[in-house]
Design a protein around this ligand. Structure first.
Ligand SMILES: C[S@@+](CC[C@H](N)C(=O)[O-])C[C@H]1O[C@@H](n2cnc3c(N)ncnc32)[C@H](O)[C@@H]1O
Ligand code: SF4
Length: 465
């Protein structure tokens, strides 16, 4: 079947209209709105201590919230400031938090994955980057450059050739760059003016320094975007030939994200135009040789993400799709979320509070969620659906000691409707998502979300497409 025919099957407009409702992106299950303050630093310390006994490699996420200017669409946890000195106390407290963590989980615990996210991690200067990295290396043991995945989010406007050199020198080997759109009118409407030249120069420098799996973030649904304008952005991006492309659906939630109120809703593309942009993008990226991964990623056929998807070894975490097994994750810095000993833990969100708690020698966790056996089961089902677009009931039965058809009788009934609609194929011992269900994978996963079903969770999510 031609690639064009394949994508035509993805776009069944009637089905998309029928099923397109707000839903989680399932970077975790249960999702963050279920976290509660009944869980705090004492529970976190106990979980870290228990984790110390297992001594399995962990994954580290460090959040650097600062940005020089605000992009109006942004839904990330950020602090917008021109005052570079605001990074000073933040770095000092990150150093303290790293010590607190290592004191509890055990010195020199093995790390196989590190991610610095933001905000804009390169808001930090060279000295601050080096200080943080040497503290991490002092208190944790990092596996070799060939085996470890050490990534950083880059805003090309906050990064030059020297920065790339420094980042490689301190051990980063993966990079993800924010672009979104190259069209001048769109860039103006979202207050993010970023040239093709500065973006390409960072990309080239990163390649020259041996960064692997270089990713570019794009977004569809932004103000003033049309298929015609986005086609031009795609021309440029395909010309740059990054290893991976993430194509995010703009989540417009102005009640939650203040800067989005500066976007004129009349400038937003209509749902039909958004779908056309999505269709165009998928067609063009497949034609350019990329493989569609998970829900919103594209990767070259030889990229580790593609290989992981093919082998059923793709995972999903707060950073999106990952090739690293479902490891425990420690969050460092404000708002960051970790997953340790079967529980989620989230750090405080305000800088002042973060400084105060860390200065008192306490882990800065303010809420979390301890998964029940039922949560673990549903988390597994949703993760496999989001990554594999298929589910083998026998594997789930063996892993969780249940009879799938009995345990999920209500869900199977709901899935039967989706089967009739051609979204998926339900068999006695398996579920396979069909092309028409691919873009609706969040809706299929939502069937297994116990908290949505029981309406325990307020709907605060963006539309699926
Ligand atoms: C922390 S930012 C990337 C790093 C860096 N701050 C930058 O902007 O280049 C992570 C990504 O989240 C995506 N993102 C931000 N706000 C979003 C929204 N409202 N809806 C969907 N994706 C969004 C963007 O694609 C962005 O590149
Ligand atoms: S998209 Fe990146 S640079 Fe822009 S405000 Fe958000 S975190 Fe900051």
């Amino acid at each position: 079947m031609s690639k064009r025919a394949q994508t035509d099957e993805l776009f069944n407009l009637d089905l998309i209209r029928k099923y397109d409702k707000a839903g989680p992106r399932y970077t975790s299950y249960p999702t963050a709105p279920m976290f509660h303050t009944g869980i705090g630093p004492v529970d976190y310390a106990a979980s870290l201590t228990r984790s110390a006994e297992r001594d399995m490699p962990v994954s580290l996420y460090m959040h650097v919230p600062f940005c020089d200017t605000v992009c109006y669409y942004c839904g990330c946890n950020k602090v917008v400031t021109k005052q570079r000195e605001r990074a000073l106390p933040y770095v000092d407290h990150l150093l303290k938090e790293i010590d607190l963590l290592a004191d509890t989980i055990g010195n020199r615990r093995t790390v196989s994955q590190l991610h610095w996210g933001g905000g804009t991690p390169t808001f930090l200067n060279e000295m601050q980057i080096r200080k943080l990295m040497s503290k991490l290396h002092e208190r944790f043991h990092f596996v070799s450059d060939e085996k470890g995945e050490y990534g950083i989010e880059i805003d090309p406007r906050e990064c030059n050739e020297d920065t790339v050199h420094i980042l490689r020198d301190v051990g980063f080997n993966r990079m993800s760059m924010g672009v979104q759109d190259f069209e001048p009118a769109v860039q103006k409407a979202v207050n993010r003016i970023q040239s093709k030249e500065e973006t390409l120069s960072v990309l080239k420098e990163a390649r020259a320094h041996g960064f692997q799996s270089i990713n570019i973030d794009l977004m569809y649904g932004l103000p003033l975007q049309t298929t015609e304008t986005f086609n031009r952005t795609l021309d440029t991006i395909i010309g740059f030939s990054p290893d991976r492309i993430a194509l995010f659906n703009y989540a417009h939630l102005p009640r939650m994200f203040m800067p989005q109120r500066r976007i004129n809703v009349l400038d937003l593309p209509s749902p039909a135009e958004k779908l056309n942009i999505l269709k165009l993008s998928i067609n063009r990226l497949l034609a350019a040789g990329y493989v569609f991964i998970g829900m919103d990623h594209f990767a070259k056929p030889d990229d580790e993400l593609t290989l992981a998807q093919r082998e059923g070894k793709l995972y999903r975490n707060f950073q999106g799709y990952s090739t690293h097994a479902d490891a425990e994750m420690l969050g460092i810095g404000i708002t960051s979320i970790g997953y340790v000993d079967g529980a989620f833990y989230q750090n405080v969100k305000a800088l002042d509070q973060y400084y105060e708690v860390v200065d008192a020698g306490t882990l800065p966790v303010f809420r979390g969620y301890q998964l029940s056996d039922e949560d673990h089961l549903r988390r597994h089902v949703i993760m496999r659906l989001m990554c594999d677009f298929a589910l083998n009931f026998h594997v789930v039965e063996e892993k969780f000691n249940i009879i799938f058809s009995e345990h999920f009788a209500v869900e199977i009934e709901e899935l039967a409707d989706m089967d009739k609609d051609g979204l998926l194929e339900l068999q006695e011992s398996s579920l396979t998502v069909l092309p028409a269900g691919r873009l609706l994978i969040r809706n299929i996963s939502m069937v297994f979300d116990e908290y949505l079903r029981n309406r325990q969770q307020q709907v605060k999510f963006s539309k699926v497409i």
